[in-house]
Design a protein around this ligand. Structure first.
Ligand code: NAD
Ligand code: UD1
Length: 336
């Protein structure tokens, strides 16, 4: 029988792609989400793409009683924990909410997993835990200096999970530090559909190309990079989802906590992303250089060697595919 995997935040941008890739790999995913930043309208699409029924539970990940019911009702073998709040700017204004959901959610989940005897966990962390790196590419043992409340909640949860694994060798935990997830499912049926105006570059380019937003403000043209604009490691969301499947397979043979970068291992500037997006959509993107965004860093991209070695995973879709798939999702409406 297929292993049942609980995906918290499974209705969200990353979680929805993880659900589909897990199902494709022969697992039986179960979604838990409170739809704080997503909609149940994604669920029929997940079933269509997965080719199997996807049970879904509407619950808050901080609600231990609701989690106990999920572990009682489903033969959960492992968990992918994507549920959380992720808006950097908002996190500065609402620290209590961010610590409560991101840290409190992880604690409630680990507690109930412990009670249920489920010890395999894949956690969505972020490369934002590094802050401004000293060297590029960034390896996992680089110093952790997150700039935001959001980033600090991720660092706290990482520490918590490593402490759990130190105290009890039963735990099998993969802490995945995502670089910049971007793009959409190649079918055009899944994509980023966060509430409110997007803050990330590729979703903004989709809205500008579609005429829903006027122009791109380029946050700084004087960074110490080749063309003066910020450099990031854009990772196709399907590559990222495949990384979760690889992590799940790895944990079947590895105890302890394992921290892994998931990135493509190469950087692209804002100008390079704009050019690739213009090519993908066949339209010109209106843009103007604006002041730097507080908290931004000049450049970072992953050293993905550990994931390549341990997970036998590497990103296979390039920036042009990311832009083409994001644009396909936008042309299909860009929402559920
Ligand atoms: P998302 O907002 O699309 O997905 C998160 C999901 O969690 C949403 O469906 C939301 O409704 C749900 N959720 C929020 N609070 C919840 C709660 N209390 N109980 C149950 N469900 C809750 O975000 P995403 O981009 O899919 O991110 C998924 C995870 O990956 C997050 O933990 C995020 O911090 C992390 N991450 C994302 C990125 C990125 O750029 N997208 C980068 C690094 C790390
Ligand atoms: C942001 C978050 C980070 C999160 C990451 C991935 C901040 C400060 N950081 O980082 O915590 O892990 O998303 O989801 O919000 N850009 C523009 N104009 C725009 C938007 C972006 O020029 O309107 C530039 C940025 O300056 C950056 C690049 O585009 O150089 C990518 O930006 P974004 O998609 O927001 O990702 P990050 O800045 O890496």
């Amino acid at each position: 029988m297929a292993d049942t995997i609980l995906v918290t935040g499974g209705a969200g941008y990353v979680g929805s792609h993880v659900v589909v890739e897990l199902a494709k790999a022969g697992y039986a995913p179960v979604v838990l989400d409170n739809f704080a930043n997503s909609t149940p309208a994604v669920l029929p699409r997940l079933q269509a793409l997965a080719g199997r029924p996807i049970p879904s539970v509407t619950a808050d990940v901080r609600d231990a009683a609701a989690l106990r019911a999920v572990f009682h009702d489903h033969p959960i073998a492992a968990v992918v924990h994507c549920a959380g709040l992720k808006a950097v700017g908002e996190s500065q204004e609402r620290p209590l909410a961010y610590y409560d959901v991101n840290v409190g959610g992880a604690i409630a989940l680990a507690e109930v997993m412990g009670e249920a005897g489920v010890a395999t966990l894949v956690f969505s962390s972020s490369a934002t835990v590094y802050g401004q790196p000293d060297h590029l590419p960034v390896p996992e043992d680089a110093p952790l200096r997150p700039h935001s409340v959001y980033g600090r909640t991720k660092r706290v949860v990482e520490d918590f999970l490593r402490d759990l694994a130190k105290a009890n060798d039963n735990w099998r935990i993969a802490i995945l530090r995502y670089f910049n997830p971007a793009g959409a499912h190649s079918s055009g049926m899944l994509g980023e559909a966060s509430r409110g105006k997007p803050a990330n570059l590729v979703p903004l380019l989709c809205k500008i190309a579609a005429g829903e937003l006027a122009e791109l403000a380029i946050y700084g043209g004087d960074w110490p990079t080749a063309d003066g604009t910020g450099v990031r490691d854009y990772l196709h969301v399907q590559d990222l989802a495949e990384g979760h499947v690889a992590a799940m397979r790895y944990l079947a043979k590895a105890h302890g906590a394992h921290t892994l970068n998931l990135g493509a291992g190469r950087g692209h500037s804002v100008m390079e992303v704009v050019a690739a997006f213009e090519k993908a959509c066949g339209r010109t993107i209106a843009k103007a250089v604006a002041p730097r965004r507080p908290g931004d860093v000049a450049a970072y991209y992953a050293d993905p060697a550990r994931a390549a070695k341990l997970l036998e995973w590497r990103a296979s879709r390039d920036l042009q595919v990311i832009c083409a798939d994001a644009w396909r999702w936008q042309r299909n409406g860009g929402r559920y």
